[in-house]
Design a protein around this ligand. Structure first.
Ligand code: GLU
Length: 415
């Protein structure tokens, strides 16, 4: 029988794990059918006086381990199937990171680059008006994701608080620090990934000074990753944005690259390096490849040409399932997003905890806690890899799925 609302992509992603763990039908259903799915349309008055209807989504995939948690993306290609898979990955990510949240994701189908700031604010506030009844600090907590930022979180918080008539900073994370955001949140995904990488390269007997890194994507996550890695003496030899890539086999001067990007809104025209395409960058000879842009960047078309020893996924799901099999055959270690990019949601958790106490930690405290969470999660998976003699991805999925199903069992949902 066809089951309504099943996340087919999630089903496929669980394939190997379901076999290894001998999951039964009810367990697979729990893991592949989202708990709550919202699709809504809302009107926004545009600057020229016309009214435009936007489509918004929010999926609360699984809440067995705690309130659902996950970002909101504003992107022209956001659709329901995509949001389903991303909310499922959030449930696994929170389990991997050992934070007491379930998984959610949402977004609006919009190109924020094509609307004015005023329009963007009206879209953000209208989205919150549609959703406010169904979220809250103890039910579902949004955050920034692709093309959303602290300013958008602030508008949404303000709209929410106006409607409910009281302060509730814990309803959303990734807020500006002045409104209850956490220190370190702006660089948390990138820094979390660097903590994971530090552990992983030990297994390869590699040292930062002789590790060549390539970063695809120069938004908040990719740019900060390149910056932190450069500060920690890794050789960042290439970076790219959606328009172009730049390459210097010795190492790029990242501060200058960042300055160029800030001044020109693009990497194009950066003089002190060779220009290559956004796609070519993935196939460069390097030790660590960091896809930090969008989904499905390493596919069956280019997987054979990847030369890195380690792929650290800072974007959500940048390696397709087919490509993953090829990379495994080539003995390339892929560190999946549900571990590598978990730093963002870990600091979101810290933000939520600080909001609930109304007591705020110093930068040093947040950094120390983030490092502890990321290293514990990495060590846990390294142990599982050895126990199960499997890839990092399989080990992560096995342990995350077990954590979610254990919570369901304790609640009596599964026998
Ligand atoms: N958007 C980030 C992610 O995909 C952070 C989510 C959050 O902090 O809730 O992990």
């Amino acid at each position: 029988m066809e089951k309504e609302n099943v996340c087919i992509k999630c089903y496929n992603m669980l394939d190997k794990v379901a076999e290894k763990l001998k999951l039964n039908e009810s367990e697979i259903d729990i893991l592949t059918i989202p708990k709550r799915t919202f699709t809504f349309s809302f009107p926004v008055i545009m600057d020229d006086g016309s009214t435009k209807i936007f489509t918004g989504y929010r999926i609360q995939f699984n809440n067995a381990r705690g309130p659902t948690k996950g970002g909101l993306r504003f992107h022209p290609e956001v659709d329901l199937e995509d949001v389903k898979m991303l909310s499922f990955l959030m449930a696994l990510k929170c389990a991997v990171a050992n934070i007491p949240f379930g998984g959610a994701k949402g977004g609006v189908t919009v190109d924020p680059k094509k609307i004015s700031k005023g329009e963007l604010e009206r879209v953000s506030r209208a989205y919150m008006r549609e959703l406010y009844k169904f979220i809250g600090p103890d039910t579902d907590i949004p955050a920034p994701d692709v093309s959303t930022n602290p300013e958008i979180m602030a508008w949404m918080l303000d709209e929410y608080e106006k409607i409910i008539g009281k302060h509730a900073p814990g309803v959303i994370t990734g807020k500006p620090v002045e409104l209850g955001g956490s220190l370190v949140k702006d660089i948390s995904t990138s820094l979390g990934g660097v903590f994971v990488l530090k552990e992983i390269i030990k297994e390869f007997n590699m040292k930062p000074e002789n590790t060549k890194v390539v970063v695809q994507g120069f938004g908040n996550v990719g740019m900060n990753a390149a910056k932190i890695l450069h500060e920690q003496k890794y050789k960042v030899i290439a970076v790219s944005d959606s328009k172009t890539g730049i390459y210097d086999e010795k190492s790029l001067e990242i501060e200058k690259v960042i300055e160029h990007k800030k001044n020109n809104k693009s990497l194009k025209g950066f003089k002190s390096a060779k220009e290559i395409t956004h796609e070519e960058i993935l196939e460069l000879d390097c030790d660590v490849l960091i896809p930090a842009a969008l989904e499905d960047q390493i596919t069956k078309e280019n997987a054979d040409n990847i030369k890195a020893k380690i792929v650290l996924e800072l974007a959500n799901h940048p390696v397709t399932a087919e490509a993953d099999t090829t990379l495994e055959k080539k003995r390339i270690a892929v560190v999946p997003d549900i571990l590598a990019s978990a730093g963002g949601v870990v600091v979101s958790y810290f933000e939520w905890v600080q909001n609930s106490m109304n007591y705020y930690w110093t930068e040093e405290e947040v950094l120390k806690k983030l490092e502890k969470y990321m290293i514990t999660a990495t060590k846990e998976v390294e142990k599982e890899c050895k126990n199960f003699k499997c890839s990092i991805r399989d080990a992560l999925y096995i342990s995350a799925v077990n954590k979610v199903l254990d919570a369901e069992r304790l609640r009596g949902v599964l026998k």
